[in-house]
Design a protein around this ligand. Sequence first.
Ligand SMILES: CC(C)(COP(=O)(O)OP(=O)(O)OC[C@H]1O[C@@H](n2cnc3c(N)ncnc32)[C@H](O)[C@@H]1OP(=O)(O)O)[C@@H](O)C(=O)NCCC(=O)NCCS
Length: 172
Amino acid sequence: MVRPRAEQDIRPLLAILRAVHWPNDPARWLVGTGTLGAWVVHREGALAGHVALTAAAAGRAWPEWHQALGVAPERLAVLRRLFVHPDVRRGGLATRLVAHAEREAAARGLHPVLDVAADGSDAAAFWERRGYRRAGEARLPAGDEGRALRVLLLVSGRAPYPGSPAPSGQTL
Ligand SMILES: CC(C)(COP(=O)(O)OP(=O)(O)OC[C@H]1O[C@@H](n2cnc3c(N)ncnc32)[C@H](O)[C@@H]1OP(=O)(O)O)[C@@H](O)C(=O)NCCC(=O)NCCS
């Protein structure tokens, strides 16, 4: 089941995050800024994963994103903070979370984009399978992540909402 993140989810999400990734200030990293929505997924009654959708303007907004899609930056929605507990991966939970966030973006007429660590092969495989394509690369200064990072800039290869053509271009 995918549902909106609630205040009482923060503590169990931080426990999952400890097994996945540990930024400088995990609670701040998780909650972020400019959030349009955040969702959690359960598996067998236990919290198992999380994704957030944020406005592109609040935080990083790479020009490659809107250039690749040919839309104004205000029409972007950034998928962030996607993680699934290591014990329950490859069970379709991230797919359900992201599909939910994509529907939320589409309902607002927004195009999903994201950046992902260039060395994260699991994540790259996931996004490729989901139809995302590469719009460029960038270097993220050491900040919340605690270290400088090379990131791939990805945009959705799917139509943002019914009737809108999918953008063409290279895949990941
Ligand atoms: C990336 C991540 C969120 C995927 O979660 P998940 O619930 O395992 O993903 P799904 O089960 O929905 O995977 C859907 C498809 O993506 C691809 N995929 C997912 N993980 C993969 C992996 N490790 N290797 C290769 N392909 C993978 C597969 O095609 C998979 O379908 P299949 O299992 O039928 O072959 C999870 O591995 C994770 O939390 N990683 C650490 C945090 C992270 O990197 N987050 C992304 C930041 S942008």
